[in-house]
Design a protein around this ligand. Structure first.
Ligand SMILES: [Zn+2]
Length: 316
């Protein structure tokens, strides 16, 4: 039994995303537009206050004021929540849309080799066969949307393609290309499929059915999941794709699993605050691996498991 097995419903949640980002606001801290998600009451769906929410620029801004902090600051106690009037969100009933398989198969052809795979094959020269197997298992795709672009397909447990995240990496350093603007896009946006109902799953979800007993490692970035899968193959590595993507619905694929959470060094606290979302797992623990092996400087820079694996690999 997990020590995070409290079944008590949360009184406040971050407001779910609405199409076009119309319920995303300017951040009270960094002032960036449409980057601020406000907390709402689960019963009346009312906002708490315009300063109560979370900025999605986690690394650059990091502003997060939960309702409890707000009520403390005001010196008032939190209002009582009427759990009997909580409505099930109606959009949960929408069926997810899928990406037509021809785009998926097309990306697996090697016409435009992606820089991320090149980087991995260069970095892990001594275990090339292993790298190739991992790239194949995760169905890493190529795209010329950006020259050398990688597609991280999100494939669900029934092998349906929910979407693909397109990112560009520098082939020499393995870092994301972000000069002037971040090279990131989504297959459902690029293909411009009408009325597409996006329903994301964790990257790597399709692999879980291969072994129902294997421990699952959850990390933030797709790159980290791939590198961890090369170095630590006995664990099934999944990526959330972003710190705010952890939710109970996506966690359904983890029912009755043993799960290790391996957040980036600068996000450990944040993940600890979300451990209650893993109630359905057999056991959950937050890895101390990152905390044990990093300096305060690393923590500020937000290094992750992939950085540690690559550092160790180079040192060999
Ligand atoms: Zn901000």
């Amino acid at each position: 039994m997990s020590r995070f097995s409290s079944k008590k419903s949360r009184p406040y949640i971050l407001e779910p995303y609405q199409r076009g980002g119309r319920n995303r606001f300017s951040c009270p801290n960094c002032k960036r537009k449409k980057s601020f998600t406000r907390y709402i009451r689960v019963d009346t769906r009312e906002y708490i206050h315009e300063t109560v929410g979370r900025c999605d620029k986690e690394k650059r801004c990091g502003y997060h004021r939960p309702p409890s902090e707000y009520y403390n600051l005001q010196g008032i106690s939190s209002p009582t929540i009427n759990y009997s009037i909580i409505k099930i969100k109606s959009d949960k009933n929408l069926t997810p849309s899928y990406i037509p398989s021809q785009y998926f198969s097309d990306s697996l052809r090697r016409r435009y080799p992606n820089y991320f795979s090149q980087y991995l094959l260069d970095t892990f020269k001594t275990v090339k066969a292993r790298v190739k197997k991992v790239l194949e298992d995760y169905r890493i795709g190529n795209t010329n949307h950006f020259k050398g672009g990688t597609v991280f397909w999100q494939i669900d447990g029934s092998n349906r393609i929910r979407t693909g995240k397109i990112m560009l990496y520098n082939p020499a350093t393995g870092k994301r290309v972000k000069d002037r603007y971040a090279r990131i896009n989504w297959m459902h946006s690029v293909l411009n499929i009408p009325d597409f109902n996006l329903s994301q799953v964790y990257f790597g979800t399709h692999l879980l059915k291969r072994n129902s007993n294997a421990t699952v490692g959850l990390v933030e970035s797709e790159k980290t999941a791939i590198i961890a899968a090369i170095a630590i193959p006995e664990i099934f590595w999944l990526a959330t794709g972003g710190i705010n993507n952890i939710n109970q619905e996506r966690n359904q694929c983890l029912v009755n699993r043993s799960v290790i959470l391996v957040p980036d060094a600068d996000a450990t606290e944040d993940w600890k605050n979300r451990e209650h979302l893993f109630n359905m797992c057999k056991s959950v623990r937050t890895s101390s691996f990152i905390e044990l092996h990093t300096s305060p400087k690393d923590k500020i820079e937000g290094i992750d498991l992939a950085d540690i694996i690559i550092e160790n690999h180079k040192a060999k």
